[in-house]
Structure formats: structure tokens, C-alpha cells
Ligand binder design. Sequence first.
Ligand SMILES: *[C@@H]1O[C@H](CO)[C@@H](O)[C@H](O)[C@H]1NC(C)=O
Ligand SMILES: *[C@@H]1O[C@H](CO)[C@@H](O)[C@H](O)[C@H]1NC(C)=O
Ligand SMILES: *[C@@H]1O[C@H](CO)[C@@H](O)[C@H](O)[C@H]1NC(C)=O
Ligand SMILES: *[C@@H]1O[C@H](CO)[C@@H](O)[C@H](O)[C@H]1NC(C)=O
Ligand SMILES: *[C@@H]1O[C@H](CO)[C@@H](O)[C@H](O)[C@H]1NC(C)=O
Ligand SMILES: *[C@@H]1O[C@H](CO)[C@@H](O)[C@H](O)[C@H]1NC(C)=O
Ligand SMILES: *[C@@H]1O[C@H](CO)[C@@H](O)[C@H](O)[C@H]1NC(C)=O
Ligand SMILES: *[C@@H]1O[C@H](CO)[C@@H](O)[C@H](O)[C@H]1NC(C)=O
Ligand SMILES: [Zn+2]
Ligand SMILES: [Zn+2]
Length: 840
Amino acid sequence: MEVRRDPRSFLFFIILLLLINSPEPQQQSFNTRTRYDELIPREHAQLDILNRTRYGDFNPRHRKWLNVSGCRDEDGFAWDLLPGVIAKANTHGERALGTAWAGVLDGSILGQERDALPLYRNLSGYVQGEWVRDASSRLRHPGDMGNTTHPARDPFTNAAMGFDRNLTGPSGRFRVHITELEDKMRMDVNKTISEVSAKVVVGDDESFGGNWWEFYVHGVHFRDSGHAVLTTTSERFAGIFALPHFQLSRALHDTSQHFLNWTILETIERQIHRPFPVWNPWTSLPAGSNDDMMGVAHHCEFVLYLQQPPSAQTVDMDWLEHEMRFPTGAPLGHRSQLSMSMVGFSPDCGYVIESKGPPGYPPSEAMHLAGSKTEEYNDRARHSIVAFAIALAFQLSFLIKQMKETATPSMRSRVSFYTIAMMALGDGFTFLVLIFMYLFLGTAQLAMYSIAFVALFSVLAHLRFLMDIWTVQAAERARQERQQAPSAPTPPPAPTPAASEPSNDLPLAADAFGTPATISRPPPNAPPGLPLPAIAPAPRPPPRPQTPILIAPDQDDPLSDDDAPLLPTRNPATAPAPVPAPANPRAEFGALYSRFCLLLIITFFVSIQFATARTLYRRIYFSLLSFLYVSFWVPQIYRNVQRNCGRALRWDYTIGTSLTRLVPLLYFYLEADNVLFAATDWQVAAVLAGWVWVQMVALASQNILGPRFFVREGWAPPAYDYHPILREDEEGALLPLNVTTASDDAIDGAEAGSRSAAEARDKGRKVFDCSICANDIEVPVVPAGADESTVAGIAGTGMVLQRRMYMVTPCRHIFHANCLEGWMRYRLICPNCREALPPL
Ligand SMILES: *[C@@H]1O[C@H](CO)[C@@H](O)[C@H](O)[C@H]1NC(C)=O
Ligand SMILES: *[C@@H]1O[C@H](CO)[C@@H](O)[C@H](O)[C@H]1NC(C)=O
Ligand SMILES: *[C@@H]1O[C@H](CO)[C@@H](O)[C@H](O)[C@H]1NC(C)=O
Ligand SMILES: *[C@@H]1O[C@H](CO)[C@@H](O)[C@H](O)[C@H]1NC(C)=O
Ligand SMILES: *[C@@H]1O[C@H](CO)[C@@H](O)[C@H](O)[C@H]1NC(C)=O
Ligand SMILES: *[C@@H]1O[C@H](CO)[C@@H](O)[C@H](O)[C@H]1NC(C)=O
Ligand SMILES: *[C@@H]1O[C@H](CO)[C@@H](O)[C@H](O)[C@H]1NC(C)=O
Ligand SMILES: *[C@@H]1O[C@H](CO)[C@@H](O)[C@H](O)[C@H]1NC(C)=O
Ligand SMILES: [Zn+2]
Ligand SMILES: [Zn+2]
């Protein structure tokens, strides 16, 4: 099982993922030519209709139809709604441009250089807002539509199945990304009209789970009046060929007809000469989808009218646009954002929608669609990327500091493997998201890829750290397993009699959990027959055979197994002689590494699926994922409790990592204008921030008050308590040994210690020596024969902090907490007597 897997499998998965997600290469089917032979003449016929028809030739109210698909009588589209929609678009134009609108309609304003309206001539950018359903909308069913191009003739399509993009709710979100590329889009010689295409993302609030759709529309943009008319085009609906007939006036019809006459002809020429067959150059399906009629769910067609209101600014808009695009450093002042109003109309599904805003709604509630131009968006994206890079850099520097600090086995065994693994997963996920960002945004910036590699570096650093930790902890686990094995010779029978002797040698370590209840119990009640931890019969020279120190602290559970792993193997008594060679931790780690990659890929793959799921599912999934991710301190807290040690990680690491990992998440949940267009949700943000806060508080209190202060006794396996309550009894057996009397290696200062001890005695305190720094320690001690209240006072929470100032080893040596902790980073033996110490 523990085969080391090839890390190249990771690469393989990435390539696989690329293949799965890349646009399907449209298969060069054998019937390409025959299909073209059918397609191209049809397009030419439709273009001929566009060429020949005049304004007013398409008037469904007077039963005048166009002989193109979708605009014939028998197609059964709801064309009677069109005049109302045109009137609405007219109102939008009039409201935006005022008196100038009449000039737009009769065409006199188009192509005029002088007194041009203050509008952006280049609409590239995005706007978003809300739509509301218009009262004139109807609900239409697939059966209402004519059967000439209808799925009814396709036996595989169920006519009862609803159409895509079928908006039935009263409102929803609407976002449109407009593209007007200089080199790709054509413009007429007078620069009055240009080609434009847009990606529409529209959601329906009422649909189950918040369904939403994404599709493309193509059309024309009148650059001098700031309005655009766009439409979907499909086999069922020759939208682009009928576009002049959707215009608002005769002049606009003529302009667009002349323009489309030659641009469509050119597009058809290009289509013929493309090396790969393109069935529909004006497809509404997202790039990569197959525009084959077979198998594709039918969708509602869409005609979109956009109107840009003039800017309130007095600056020369042409200059402003040029400056935004090619900055020379001139101050731009407050740029007016890109805003628009919208009327949308589905001729087959029969809905009419409008952007939400005045006059129907107060400006405070909604202001139609607003967004920003591509240049501004790119600026913002760049800033976010730089900010994220800084966060990543900080995160890395904290990690490296922490790794330097955690250089010794005893430090490494404190850090939770899973905490670091979760962070590594998070970074790996970030890496994949950045690499595949173009899938979600359709744009990519070079900076993104460089950040992706910083993230990858972070993953590698984390993996390195994980391997260090794993190596140390694998040895620990191996020991644990050995000791749990039934044949393990660990619990030697020897100590048993010593422990079961009813003695007053009460446990120093009696109170692993710091509760007074345990302590105040009279010693004779101590459970008999508890196998002592292996440390008791240590091969210490036996000058004081009657100084057994450790007795199992808790009354309910013999700790034979659990306590033992805490003891280091250095003690020859603990280590069973014939040690089977443990599995190579590196090989194990290799297996783990493969699992890590697999988990990462699966998470990423599932996330991609959810990124296009209905709003509700998407929100639930990503909130859950974020919550799981920011739970990264939980394994550490758990490990602290299990091992009864609280100082695994540096403070700056804990705080820095929490912040640098939380802030990017919060950005998406709180910033409405975020670069990924994610919907904000301050409640989730509050939960995430609060949860991280709770974890940090837990870590801090574990550090200050003891790792188990919030855990009830018995919930965690017993562990040696370095901060016991000291009791004095008649024989002084419960107190730490003082250097002068109990230990052979005497240390200076014992004299002074004795003196001050005498002074401190009255106050219920005692003074010992710390042999590490050779200074005194004054510790509170429960006097012999103290009543319950005194015991409770010292054992109570008020004294917890005081008890954390000193540490008593199992061999009954007492030290300053700071001194012993510093020592224990390097060696797990008592500085006084070289007795092995349980790890901290
Ligand atoms: C457009 O119509 C004119 C006649 O009105 C004809 O000469 C011309 O060839 C047509 N162009 C196209 C592309 O069909
Ligand atoms: C519509 O066009 C088709 C060819 O595209 C033609 O066969 C048909 O006769 C035309 N119908 C009318 C009413 O002109
Ligand atoms: C369309 O429907 C009419 C009657 O509703 C029927 O006569 C005609 O055959 C159908 N055409 C196709 C292509 O299914
Ligand atoms: C649109 O959805 C409504 C409600 O689900 C349904 O009744 C109607 O048939 C659908 N229309 C189309 C064209 O799918
Ligand atoms: C509009 O602006 C975008 C973004 O700067 C640019 O890529 C595009 O070429 C511009 N289009 C025109 C027609 O100037
Ligand atoms: C361009 O403008 C000139 C002068 O205003 C006009 O004569 C010409 O017809 C226009 N060309 C087009 C294609 O609109
Ligand atoms: C369309 O273009 C052709 C040349 O390709 C031209 O003869 C015809 O007059 C144009 N039609 C219109 C309506 O502009
Ligand atoms: C050391 O231990 C002896 C008895 O074992 C005791 O009398 C003496 O006070 C102790 N010294 C200190 C500093 O506690
Ligand atoms: Zn000290
Ligand atoms: Zn010792």
C-alpha cells in the first residue's frame, strides 16, 4: 500500500483537466462540405432579404413578414410585442438624451463631429444591475411556436421540456459584458456605427434555486447616440439579418442596413475560408459549446436595446477615453462610471424586461445598470492581484519564520499536520484557480500567472514543512502503535506493586486537568493497580526508592496505553528491545502526497461544476468550502488538547496567517464591485470572520490558560501536567525535590532558597531554585492540612495563571516555565537529572 507514487501523476491530472475543460475541437465531420453547401446559400438568401427590404417591410401588425427564419408568420413568434418594445427603447433614449433624441431618430446627429454628446464612444466594459419584468410580457410554451424549425420534428427533444433562458420571475440580476475590439470589430467610414458583441449573464430570482444563464448577443452600436441594438442568432431565428427592422426609426434602419449589408457579407466570406468549420459566426452559445442543433437544449431568443446616458462631466469625452486607454499621466479627476439602461425582449418566449431604475423606481433603490469600462476593470484587477501578491508574500514570510522556529523534533511534534495540510490545500486551490482563471473570466493577465507561481511556491513550502512534521510524527505514531499492540512488552509488571501500595505519596501529576475535585480526594481512594507509566521504574539510581511520583491522575480510565506515547523513547526502559523497522516515513508521505493532489484536483473539479450551478447551490457550496477552509486552526487546537501542550505556533504566524488567508475571502464576500463578480453576502463574511476569531481566541487561551482549560475532564486522554497544584503534606513528599536535599548535583543558591523559603512560608508560598537560570521561583503551595476552601482557592481559576509560571517535571524538579520551555525545544530530558520528559 505504501508505494511511493509518481508525483508526475499530478501533472497528468492537470493536463487531463485542461483537456476536459478546453473547448471541444469541432470535429471535422465528413459532411462539412455538404452542410456548408446548405448553410451558405441560406445565409446569402437571408442577406438578400436584408439587402432588398425597406423600413416597414416587417410589420407583424399589418401581417407583413420577412422571409427569414423566426420572422415568418408560421414561426409563431410573439412579434406583436415588438412595437411596444421599440416604444420603450424610445422612451429610454428620450430620457437619456432629451432633445437630442429627435436628432438621433432622424439621423441628423449621426456623423456630426461638432457638439457631440458627452458619451463614451467605446462601450468595452461591463454593466450590471437588476431587471424587472414588464407587464406586457406573456408566458409562452414550446407548443405555441411554429413547427418549421421546431424541435417537434426532432424525436429526441421533448417538446414539453422548457426552454433555456426562459425568464418567468418578476425580477433578477442582469449583467452584460460588452466587447468592442478595435482590430476585430468593424466600423463604417464615418465612424457612426460599429459592430458590437456582448455577453449577457441573466438570473431569474423566482426560478428554483436561482437559475441563471449566460449567452452572447451581437449587433450594432451607434457611437454618436450611445445606443446599441443586439440580438441572438440561431437556426431558428435569423436575428442579425433582421436587425435593421428592430431599429427605432427609418434613419437608423437605413444606417444599420448599409452597415450590416457589407459586414455580414464579409463575415460569410470569412466563414467560408476558415480552416475550421464555423456553423454560426453569430452564435449565442458560450465559446466552446457546440452550435449543433442536435442535443442542444432550445433556448429563448433575445433582442437587447442598450442606452448609455450622457456623462454629467464637462470634460472632452474623446480625450478622456484616450487618456484612460493610453495613460499619459494626466489627472483624470473623478471618472464617470459606465452606466446604461436596458430593454430586453424575447420574441419566442414572449417576455419583456427592463432595467430597474427611474422613473419606475426611485433612484435610491436602483439606478439601471452600472459598471466600469475595461480599462478601469483592468486597473482594479491589477490592484487586487498586487494586493493578493502582498498577502501571499506575507503569508510566506510568516511560514518561513515559523519553519525556522519549528526546526527541532520536539517543536515539530507540536504542530498539527492537518492544519498545515489545509493551508497547503488552500494554496493549491488558489494556484489552480489563478491558472484556470480564463475559464471563469474570459480574460487573463500575465500578473495572474506570476502570482499563480508564488502560490505554487507556497504550496511547495507547505509540503516541505508537512514532510518535516510527518517524519517526526510518524515516529511518534509508530511508537504509539507498538505500545498499543497487545504483545507489546511495555507495561512492565514491576511497578505495579509500588503503585498499588496505599501510600500518601500522592500524585504530583494528580491533576491533569487542573480541577480541584481530583486533588481534594483523599489519597487512599487512589485506584489500585494502575500500571504506572513506564517512567516510574526508570533506571534512575535508586537512592530513594520510596519516591514514586506519578500516579494515574484520573480515576476512571487506566492510562496504560494513552499516557505512554507521551514518553520519549530515550528512556531505555520504555523502548521495547526488538524494534521492528518502521515503515519509511518518506514512502508514507509519498502516498499522502498523492492523496493530497487527488483531493486538490477533485475539489477543484467539483468547484468548477458548482461555479456554473444555480445561484443557491453555488452559494451554499462556496460558503461551505470557505468555512471548511478557514477552520484551519481546529486541528491545531485539537492537537493541543490531545497532547496537553499549547505553544506550537508563533504568535505572528497565527495572526498573520489568519489575516492573510481570511482577507481575500472577505473581499469577495463584502466588496460589491469585486473582480470576480461574486455576489456579496455579509452574513457569510461575518460568520467566517467570527469563526476565525473564535479559533484564534481558543489558541490564545490555550497558550495562556492551559491547553485544556475549556475541555471537561475525561474528554481528552490523560497527559502529564507540567503545572500541577503543589501540596505540602507532613513528609513533604508532594513537593518538588529541592536541589540541596534530594539531588546529588547541588547547585549554588540553595542556601538563599532555603532562607527565602522560610520567609515565604507564612503566605502559603514556597521558594525553590530553578537550575536553568539559577534564580528563585516562588510558588503557591497548599499547606499541609489546609481546609477545602484554601485548596479551592489555589486550585481555582484565579491561580491558573500563577501555576503557569512554573513547571514541575515528572522527576519532581521545578523550573521556571520559560526556562524549561526554552530547554525543551532542544532536548526532552530533565536538565537536572537527565530523566526523559514527556513532550510539551
Ligand atoms: C443587394 O441588392 C442589390 C439590388 O438592390 C443587388 O445589386 C446586390 O447584388 C445585392 N447585394 C447582395 C449582397 O445581395
Ligand atoms: C422564402 O424563401 C424560400 C427560400 O429561402 C423560398 O423557397 C420561399 O418561396 C420564400 N417564401 C416567400 C413567401 O417568398
Ligand atoms: C406543422 O404543424 C402542422 C399542423 O399544426 C402540420 O400540418 C405540419 O405537417 C407540421 N409540419 C412539420 C414539419 O411538422
Ligand atoms: C417557460 O417557463 C414556464 C414556467 O416554467 C413554462 O410554463 C413555459 O412553458 C416555458 N416556456 C418555454 C418556451 O419553455
Ligand atoms: C475599446 O477599448 C478596449 C479596451 O481598452 C480596447 O481593447 C478596444 O480596442 C477599444 N475599441 C475601440 C473600437 O477603440
Ligand atoms: C459619411 O459622411 C459624409 C459627409 O457627412 C456623407 O456624405 C457620407 O454619405 C457618409 N457615409 C456614410 C457611409 O454614411
Ligand atoms: C448591399 O451591398 C451591395 C454590394 O455588395 C450593394 O450593391 C447594395 O446596394 C447594398 N444594399 C444596401 C441596401 O445597402
Ligand atoms: C528542602 O527539603 C528539606 C527536606 O527535604 C526541607 O527541610 C527544606 O526546607 C527544603 N528546601 C526548600 C528550599 O524547600
Ligand atoms: Zn529559571
Ligand atoms: Zn529531573
